[in-house]
Design a protein around this ligand. Structure first.
Ligand code: MD6
Ligand code: FE
Length: 214
């Protein structure tokens, strides 16, 4: 009745698919360490809205930390070692962000997660992320760990085809999503953020996703 992964997982784990998990509240014990780290990253590499290869300005604003950062412009999506705004390396991956991600990955059966990239997204009310696959990384055997802070959002978890009907998953302040393996290339997105203000984070949702990109 209970698979091997069940023994590894902390309380309040929701398994959404074979290798897709939401760890409810998993980040809450780390918040006091995470917020100053996040502030320092954003002081060095502020949020900015980027343009997609199709010429649209994204509603989500982004930044990065770690050796590699995800960027987009008219010529495509890619990982780059430098912030295109300054030509400087991205801020280093802070310690608590890394520890949280490694612990969450391990709790879901991904024993040797070694992230080198952290994409930080900011959603204000109305901002959304269209259905997409994460496929700019080199090694699909490594999972993606995604941490949600601030206003809650409805995440859409789809299938392997864009046309597969997605399920809606609420992601709340402190939730951590881990996915990889057979689910690594599922389509996913975020529905437009509702109006509101979070007591700690204000009128926004911040999501950061750690990966091994290089
Ligand atoms: C977001 N997340 O939650 C957008 N991608 O704001 C993603 O695009 C994402 O949460 C891959 C794995 C987990 C994610
Ligand atoms: Fe994604």
């Amino acid at each position: 009745m209970f698979g091997e992964a069940d023994a590894l997982q902390p309380p309040r784990t929701e398994q959404l698919a074979t290798q897709t998990f939401v760890l409810r509240g998993f980040a809450l014990p780390w918040i006091d360490a995470l917020l100053p780290e996040l502030r320092a990253v954003l002081a060095q590499a502020p949020f900015r809205r980027m343009v997609t290869p199709g010429g649209f300005t994204m509603s989500v604003a982004l930044s990065n930390c770690g050796a590699l950062g995800w960027t987009t412009d008219q010529s495509g999506y890619r990982y780059s070692g430098r912030d295109p705004r300054t030509g400087q390396p991205w801020p280093a991956l802070p310690q608590a962000m890394r520890e949280l991600a490694v612990a969450a990955a391990a709790a879901c059966g991904f024993a040797d997660f070694d992230p080198d990239a952290c994409l930080v997204n900011r959603y204000v009310p109305g901002a959304k992320m269209s259905l997409h696959q994460d496929k700019n990384e080199r090694d699909y055997s490594q999972p993606v760990v995604s941490v949600s802070l601030g206003l809650s959002a409805l995440f859409q978890l789809g299938g392997m085809q864009r046309s597969d009907r997605p399920v809606r998953v609420p992601l709340l302040h402190g939730d951590v999503m881990v996915w990889g393996g057979v689910d690594r290339l599922r389509f996913h997105g975020v529905l437009p953020l509702k109006e509101g203000s979070h007591p700690l984070m204000g009128p926004q949702r911040i999501n950061f996703t750690l990966r091994k990109a290089g």
